[in-house]
Design a binder for this molecule. Structure first.
Ligand code: SMG
Ligand code: MG
Length: 368
């Protein structure tokens, strides 16, 4: 496959409701889309960096810069580039995993479309639908939270994740358990909001029989997570800390987690995400697919990944309408708590040109 260039598009999509986490409030999703153009096909990737470096160090403007200035020029020097060569070629540039992942997905999608192979099959998927959970933001009041959870359960979501932070943790969990019962699959996500000294406080979550607590401590604090895991009965799941297959193997060896959230953007791409899946399966560690408020492009690829055999817990693979009143692809619609795995070549969805143009705020073309 001969690549002729990459198009970068910065888009802005308003959220149907503000989404609050321990690190901030999102009201509009600013995102970067990457289109790889080759002599045979074109492919799409979505960069999951947010507009500010609050979830991790990456942010949209930095992604545009690093892709334009370093990543694409490095790929330009590779004859007959294929997706498996993207990560090794970009390895000498430190970090910027979300940017690398978007570029790799665009190349992989182009390649798979050219050969007619769905991404799910390429990755080793074994299911044609995946179980869907939903991530529920921090609210101003408990009644508001209960209304939101009620609505999502009505829509059929099979697992609820509550965002937590100090001051919004035990009581919202208690209220959801009291109102909806012990059978609801329930978990919490702190996005690094706690410190090692909070172990006794977090142990107060143990009686609520949560599936897991996600990333309570700093992303670099594997030792702290191992100590916390020994102090709680609630299983620890890591998100921000797991940036590679090596990080996953280390966290497992240190007993810092017993469950892993896999986000392809956070780990540098879908191929590394599959390696993390494989490491976890080999260690009997359940995994699930995280979300970053993706448009239909990133969502399609996440659903393909979530169809691999080790993804035994419902993911943050919600329907498009969880975040957007209209998507740039055909919307993903949750039915019976599941989403269909796309069957077309590559990621299996294509953005609608008019819908895409309507949300685009900036476009760059980088010729190879
Ligand atoms: O796509 O449904 C989604 C978002 C799920 O909670 C979610 N993501 O830490 O797991 C996480 C967060 C990161 C993004 S918060 C703005
Ligand atoms: Mg998380």
């Amino acid at each position: 496959m001969k690549l002729t260039g990459f198009e970068l598009r910065v888009i802005e999509m308003p959220l149907v409701a503000p989404f609050r986490t321990s690190f901030g409030v999102e009201t509009t999703r600013e995102a970067l889309l990457v289109r790889a153009v080759s002599d045979e096909a074109e492919g799409w990737g979505e960069c999951v960096a947010m507009n500010e470096p609050l979830y991790s160090s990456e942010y949209v403007a930095a992604s545009v810069d690093v892709i334009t200035r370093f990543l694409v020029p490095a790929l330009a020097g590779v004859p007959d580039l294929d997706a498996s060569a993207v990560a090794p070629t970009l390895e000498r540039f430190k970090g910027h995993r979300m940017s690398k992942a978007a570029v790799e997905l665009a190349v992989l999608d182009a390649e798979l479309r050219a050969s007619g192979v769905p991404l799910s099959r390429e990755l080793g998927a074994v299911r044609d639908r995946v179980d869907c959970g939903v991530s529920v933001g921090i609210m101003d009041s408990i009644p508001e939270l209960l209304d939101a959870v009620d609505g999502y359960l009505d829509e059929g979501y099979v697992r609820i994740k509550l965002k937590i932070e100090p001051g919004w943790d035990i009581e919202p969990v208690r209220a959801v358990r009291e109102r909806f019962g012990d059978d609801v699959l329930l978990q919490v996500d702190a996005n690094t909001a706690y410190r090692r000294g909070d172990a006794r406080h977090l142990a107060r979550l143990d009686p609520f029989d949560l599936l897991l607590i996600e990333q309570p401590l700093d992303e670099e604090d594997l030792l702290g997570h191992a100590q916390l895991a020994a102090a709680l009965t609630t299983p620890i799941c890591l998100d921000e800390s797991i940036v590679s297959a090596r990080a996953a193997a280390d966290a497992i060896a240190l007993d810092a987690c017993s469950i892993v959230n896999i986000k392809p953007g956070r780990v540098g791409g879908y191929l590394e995400a599959r390696r993390i899946h494989d490491v976890c399966v080999a260690h009997d560690i359940p995994v699930w697919c995280g979300g970053m408020l993706e448009t239909g492009i990133g969502r399609a690829a996440n659903v393909a990944l979530a169809a691999l055999p080790g993804f035994t817990l419902p993911g943050d693979t919600s329907g498009s309408n969880r975040y957007y009143s209209s998507d740039i692809t055909d919307p993903f619609v949750v039915e019976d708590g599941t989403l269909p795995v796309p069957t077309g070549p590559g990621i299996g969805v294509t953005p609608d040109r008019d819908a895409l143009d309507a949300v685009t705020v900036r476009t760059e073309w980088i010729a190879l």
